[in-house]
Design a protein. Sequence first.
Length: 277
Amino acid sequence: MAQAYVEYCFSIHPKSPWEEILLAELEQLPFESFLNTAKGFNAYVPLDNHKEMFLESIELLNRDEVEIKYTTSEIAPENWNAKWESNFHPIFVGDNCVIRADFHENQGKAYELIINPKMSFGTGHHQTTHMMMEFVLEETLKDKIVLDMGCGTGVLGILASKKGARAVDAIDFDPWCIENTIENAKTNKCKNIRSSQAANLESTQPYYDSIFANINRNVLLEQIPSYGQALKVGGGLFLSGFYRSDVEILQKACQKENLTLISTKEKEQWCALKFIK
């Protein structure tokens, strides 16, 4: 029997780094899915699991450093699937790549990625994911070893696999993301993606030809040294999940690891960077 849901529509200013922090706190509550929006994201909880003062434990809502507003509405059982599907449209990246759900028709592109996001980040709707997809499309990845760090839905690793990567490691601290990546990799018939749950990259030896990390500024600053160690000489490091104002501090951190900035992308103040070792 279909069930009713309560929709929370969050707007967050500034979005970075508070959006990911809020998501992490909300994942401790019985929300079943999240959907990115221009101002923040929507979160959905079954009506049976919803109660008064539902967000009382979320301390971030009372912080002075960030403004978080939200509205709630009830979604009737018969409207739930239509509500989710109406908000998830196919995303086209360049001329030959599309990200869609399994309920969308085949778009006839060279790279047709079927992604069912559930509670994971990464459908191509967000500016950072879209820019990182562009980087993956631009790279020659045939027979390369690739890392998708903070993999979310696994979309970057799946595209790398479809582009001929020999092996792809997909790492995320969130077990739900790992489960979602495994499911999406299976749906896309990508058998060379290895998923594992971890908060940090443990490899200290040059192993990867390309590392893609779409996380947030603070996590990237903490992990850049390990990326530098794990990247082969001549390999590419691709970073996103931050604003234009964060580029300088990230570039300085990469310079300490002998990583040279060679390319920048920007969409609505969000940035993505390519470094070469």
